[in-house]
Design a protein around this ligand. Structure first.
Ligand SMILES: Cc1cc2nc3c(=O)[nH]c(=O)nc-3n(C[C@H](O)[C@H](O)[C@H](O)COP(=O)(O)OP(=O)(O)OC[C@H]3O[C@@H](n4cnc5c(N)ncnc54)[C@H](O)[C@@H]3O)c2cc1C
Length: 388
């Protein structure tokens, strides 16, 4: 077992950190204030060829694995851009996964180069207001009419839908009650986000204002049959394939954000003098930060284990869930402690720790809640009865 990064992995981190360094705290604070998508950052990442890090080389990707993508997004999360920077690009990175694995050769050629080169942005349309975490209860329905489907329904929390050209859309093609198994009867499409039939409404939210999240009301969206991924009715199974990489990447983003906050806290604790000595000389300041250092390192090891298992084609569901859970919780804890270490200044935008605290919350909430991960670990790792 070798815990050090190899030279190629280190080169990924160095190159991505270099791009991120061009976008400082002031840039991201301004994006957060004005709620504008970080096009400059997105273009810099696309121009460097990084959007295709885990995409096959024959379509213009780098052909690397989830481990490399995780290291990349860890570097992005650790930068001043935190979750805003990561969210601006991560759907392009993990979202096309079902196309790579289950799409036809014609679809891969038609879709992947645009995504890899950053000419098209994609959003991910899974969550629905009346289904929540119980994804099999989605109601958005794609009705087949000849060689196309007509879709009606509503989605919620769809990130980047204000900017996206395309949507990876999960629908029902058979009602749940007509299926033997609730995971059947769902179909996955990758298609144009046609704004004539899709009303995209911004959700004002707590943080990450630069990367929008939206309600999407779909009324009569026409999807040609050639935009269906794989077979009708098997969309949920296809989607599951991209969930493990997504969880690993989100976990790594949160770890990076936590480490960024921790570094800011340590720096402030060395400089801030109260009672004639740096506050960092007090153990009540030191110990929570030291705990966070250990928690973040442990979460990182779990995420790297999950990524290695995934890249070796081995089962990694428990590890990917654990990486997301541990990364998000450790990241949140570190950001909270960073705010507390700054005292009142932790609440001031000038010190940026309040911004990263608001942003790291997303990694706890989405794409799956901590409670549901604990339910899964209890069931699958410990053999306890399924509770949900
Ligand atoms: C900023 C942001 C961006 C997002 N981006 C996207 C996106 O791009 N595309 C997309 O499709 N979705 C997106 N989501 C949606 C996200 O994946 C969901 O919010 C998440 O899956 C939780 O679903 P829910 O909000 O409906 O929670 P609910 O299902 O309503 O759950 C609410 C609470 O109840 C708990 N709970 C529910 N059932 C149980 C149970 N049986 N046992 C224990 N606890 C339970 C949950 O753990 C949670 O704490 C985003 C969300 C956010 C906040």
């Amino acid at each position: 077992m070798d815990f050090a990064l190899n030279s190629d992995q280190q080169a990924v981190c160095d190159a991505v950190q270099k791009i991120c360094a061009g976008f400082d705290d002031d840039y991201w604070l301004e994006q957060d204030r004005n709620g504008e998508f970080p096009h400059d950052f997105y273009n810099a990442i696309a121009d460097g060829g990084w959007l295709g890090i885990a995409m096959p080389e024959e379509y213009g990707g780098a052909g690397l694995g989830v481990t490399d993508a995780a290291l990349m997004l860890h570097s992005v999360g650790r930068s001043a851009g935190a979750m805003s920077a990561a969210s601006a690009i991560h759907i392009n990175i993990f979202g096309p996964h079902p196309i790579v694995v289950f799409g036809s050769e014609e679809q891969r050629q038609r879709w992947l180069p645009d995504l890899i080169e950053g000419r098209k942005k994609v959003c991910f349309g899974v969550t629905e207001p009346d289904a929540g975490l119980n994804t099999t209860s989605i109601k958005t329905f794609a009705e087949r009419k000849g060689d196309q489907y007509i879709v009606h329904g509503k989605k919620v929390w769809i990130s980047t839908a204000q900017e996206a050209d395309k949507i990876m859309l999960l629908t029902r093609t058979t009602a749940k009650e007509d299926c033997q198994n609730p995971t059947e009867g769902m179909t996955l499409f990758y298609t144009d986000l046609d704004r004539e039939c899709c009303d995209v409404r911004l959700i004002p939210k707590m943080g990450r204002a630069a990367v929008d999240s939206n309600e999407v009301f779909i009324d009569g969206l026409q999807i040609p049959e050639e935009d269906r991924i794989g077979e009708e009715g098997k969309g949920f199974r296809y989607l599951l394939h991209s969930l493990n990489p997504e969880r690993i990447l989100i976990g790594m983003e949160a770890i990076g954000i936590g480490q960024n906050a921790l570094a800011r806290a340590a720096e402030y604790a060395k400089e801030r003098v109260v009672f004639d000595r740096p506050i960092g000389m007090n153990q009540s300041i030191q110990h929570p930060l030291a705990e966070s250092w250990m928690e973040l390192e442990a979460a990182y090891l779990m995420a790297m284990k999950a990524a290695a298992l995934y890249d070796n084609g081995e089962p990694c569901g428990l590890e990917a869930n654990s990486a997301k859970y541990l990364g998000a919780e450790a990241g949140f804890q570190a950001c909270t402690r960073a705010v507390m270490t700054h005292g009142g200044m932790g609440y001031a935008k000038e010190y940026h720790v309040e911004r990263v605290l608001r942003e790291v919350m997303i990694a706890r909430l989405a794409p799956v809640s901590p409670q549901l991960i604990l339910c899964n670990i209890a069931e699958k790792a410990l053999g306890l009865p399924k509770s949900y």
